[in-house]
Design a protein around this ligand. Structure first.
Ligand code: HEM
Length: 493
C-alpha cells in the first residue's frame, strides 16, 4: 500500500512538473515579446506537417506576419521554440556577415551507425570547415568544363531516348524522365557508374534514388524530431538512411575506388577528384568519400531533376517563353557547332527561365541554421540562445508580392541582368547564401541547361489532358517536388 502511494505521488509530481514545464515553454515567445502562433501540445505548431508540403506550411505562417513590420516570428516544434526570420536584411546578416554565429544547419547525422549521413550538408561547424575547403576545388568552373564531356554524353542519350519514345507525338511522364536523366548524369559524375536508368527504368540506381526521396526511412515529423534531439537520437543509435540504401551506395563507391586504383583508371568526374584528394594526403577516408558521393547524388539528383520538371511544366503553359527559350538554345548551338560547353554557357534566356523556375519552386522551401553561440538580433533585444534552430522560409519569400509583383506568374524577364542587379540578396535564395551556399550550384545549373536545351531543341512541349493546373506539391519529403505523376505532351519539331 505504502509503495503504491509512493509510486502514485511520484507519478503525480512527475505529471505536475511536466505540465508546468510545457506551460512555461509555450510562453517562451510571449516572454520575449516575439510574435508567435499559438502552439498545441504535443506537436507545437507542427501537428499537420506530414499532411502538407513544407512550402505550404511555411507560407501559411509567413503570411500571417507579412506586412506587420515584424522581422521574425516564433513557432514551437513540440515544446521547443524555433525562430523564423523573414526580413531580407536580417537574413543577409545571419547567412553572411554573422555566419560565425550560424555555421551549421543542425541536421541529424550519426557517423558511428550511419556513416553516409555524415556528409557536407549535415556535418557541424568544426568538421565542415576543413571538408568544405578540401572539396571546393572540385566545383570550380574549370572542373565543370572538364566534366562537361561526361554530362554531354548523357544529354545525347536523353535525346536518343526521347526520339525513340515520342515518335510522332506522345504524352511523356516528365517527372520520371527527368529523374532518370539526372540519375544517369549524377551517377556518372559522382560514382563513375553508367546507371542506364534512361534505358532501364528499373535500374538499381533508380530504385535506390526513389527509396531515398520517395520512401525515406522517417516521416517529415520524425526528421524534425531528430534535428531537435540529435544527441538522444545518437545514443539510441537511430539512423537517418535506410540500411539497404547505405549498403548499396557504400558498396558501389568502395568497389569503384578500388577498381580505379588497381587499374589506374582516370575519369572526368567527382569521384576522380575525391580519389585525388584521398591520395594527396588530404586524409579522406573511404567512409568520407562514400558520404560525399552520396550527398552529391542526393543533393544533385532530386533538386536538378525537379527544377527541369517544373521548368518544362511552366514552359508548356507559357508557349511564348518556350519559343524564346528555344530560339536562344538554337542560336547558341548554331554559333558553337552543337551542344558544347561554350554553347550552354551562352543560353542566357534559358538561364532566366531556370532562375524563374527556381524562384517559383526552390528545392528547399526552408533554409535552416543552428546558433553556435548566443546571438543578439541586431536592433532588437531578442537573443537567440546557443543551440536554437532558425529557419528562413525561402519559398514564401520568393512568392511575396512586395519583392515579386504578380508572384505566381512565370516571368523569366525578372532575371534579366538589369532586374537581377536591383534585387536584394535576401529575396532570392534557391541555392542558399553565405559560406554554406550550395557547393554544386554551377553543376546544378549546367545539368539543368543540358537537359532543357536537349529537349527544347528537338520538341515542342505542351500541356496534355493529364497536366494538373495548378500544380500540387508532395507532402512526403523535405524537398519540393510535384505530387504524383506529371504528364506533358511532346511533339517533334
Ligand atoms: C538545381 C540544383 C540544385 C539546387 C536548387 C540546390 C540547392 C541547395 C540548397 C538550397 C542548399 C542549402 C544552402 C544553404 O543552406 O544556404 C544546398 C546545399 C548543398 N548542395 Fe545543392 N542544389 C542543387 C544542386 C546540387 C548539386 C548538383 C550538388 C552536388 C553535386 C549539390 C550539393 C550540395 C551540397 C554538398 C550542399 C551542402 C553545402 C554545405 O553545407 O557546405 N547541390 N543546395
Amino acid at each position: 500500500m505504502a509503495i503504491a502511494l509512493v509510486i502514485i505521488s511520484l507519478l503525480v509530481t512527475f505529471l505536475l512538473v511536466g505540465v508546468v514545464y510545457v506551460k512555461h515553454q509555450y510562453t517562451y515567445w510571449k516572454r520575449k515579446r516575439v510574435p508567435f502562433s499559438e502552439p498545441e501540445f504535443p506537436y507545437g505548431n507542427f501537428k499537420h506537417i506530414n499532411r502538407q508540403s513544407l512550402a505550404s506550411f511555411s507560407t501559411k505562417h509567413y503570411r500571417r506576419w507579412m506586412g506587420t513590420g515584424s522581422r521574425f516570428f516564433g513557432l514551437f516544434l513540440f515544446v521547443e521554440p524555433q525562430l523564423f526570420i523573414t526580413d531580407p536584411d536580417l537574413i543577409k546578416t545571419v547567412l553572411i556577415k554573422d555566419f560565425n554565429y550560424f555555421p551549421e544547419r543542425g541536421i541529424f547525422h550519426n557517423v558511428r551507425d550511419d556513416p553516409l549521413s555524415a556528409h557536407l550538408f549535415s556535418i557541424d561547424a568544426n568538421e565542415w570547415r576543413s571538408l568544405r575547403a578540401r572539396l571546393t576545388p572540385t566545383f570550380t568552373s574549370g572542373k565543370m568544363k572538364q566534366m562537361f564531356s561526361t554530362l554531354g554524353a548523357v544529354g545525347e542519350k536523353l535525346s536518343q531516348f526521347l526520339t525513340k519514345e515520342v515518335g510522332s507525338g506522345k504524352d511523356v511522364q516528365i517527372k520520371d524522365t527527368m529523374a532518370r536523366f539526372t540519375i544517369d548524369v549524377i551517377g556518372s559524375c559522382a560514382f563513375g557508374i553508367e546507371c542506364n536508368s534512361l534505358k532501364e527504368p528499373d535500374s538499381e540506381f533508380r530504385k535506390f534514388g526513389k527509396l531515398v526521396f520517395e520512401k525515406p526511412r522517417h516521416s517529415v515529423l520524425i526528421i524534425f524530431f531528430l534535428k531537435l534531439y540529435p544527441e538522444a537520437a545518437k545514443t539510441l543509435r537511430l539512423k537517418l538512411l535506410r540500411s539497404e540504401c547505405s549498403e548499396f551506395f557504400y558498396k558501389i563507391v568502395k568497389n569503384t575506388v578500388e577498381y580505379r586504383e588497381k587499374n589506374s583508371v582516370e575519369r572526368n568526374d567527382f569521384l576522380n577528384l575525391l580519389i585525388q584528394l584521398k591520395n594527396d594526403g588530404k586524409q579522406l577516408s573511404m567512409n568520407e568519400i562514400a558520404a560525399q558521393s552520396f550527398i552529391f547524388f542526393g543533393a544533385g539528383f532530386e533538386t536538378s531533376s525537379s527544377n527541369q520538371t517544373f521548368c518544362l511544366y511552366e514552359l508548356a503553359l507559357n508557349q511564348d517563353c518556350q519559343e524564346k527559350a528555344r530560339n536562344c538554345v538554337l542560336e547558341a548551338m548554331k554559333k558553337h557547332g552543337g551542344m558544347t560547353y561554350e554553347a550552354v554557357c551562352e543560353m542566357s534566356y534559358l538561364d532566366h527561365c531556370i532562375n524563374e523556375t527556381l524562384r517559383l519552386y526552390p528545392s528547399l522551401a526552408i533554409l535552416e541554421r543552428r546558433a553556435f553561440k548566443d546571438y543578439q538580433i541586431p536592433d532588437s533585444d531578442v537573443v537567440v540562445p546557443k543551440g536554437m534552430k532558425i529557419y528562413i522560409p525561402a519559398f514564401a519569400i520568393h512568392r511575396d508580392e512586395r519583392y515579386y509583383p504578380n508572384p505566381d506568374v512565370f516571368d523569366p524577364d525578372r532575371f534579366r541582368p538589369e532586374e537581377s542587379a536591383k534585387r536584394h540578396i535576401g529575396t532570392f535564395l534557391p541555392f542558399g547564401e553565405g559560406p554554406r551556399i550550395c557547393i554544386g550550384l554551377r553543376f546544378g545549373m549546367l545539368q539543368s541547361r543540358v537537359g532543357l536545351a536537349t529537349i527544347l531543341s528537338q520538341f515542342k512541349v505542351g500541356p496534355s489532358a493529364r497536366t494538373p493546373v495548378p500544380i500540387e506539391f508532395s507532402g512526403d519529403t523535405t524537398v519540393l517536388r510535384p505530387k504524383g505523376d506529371l504528364w506533358l505532351k511532346f511533339e517533334p519539331l
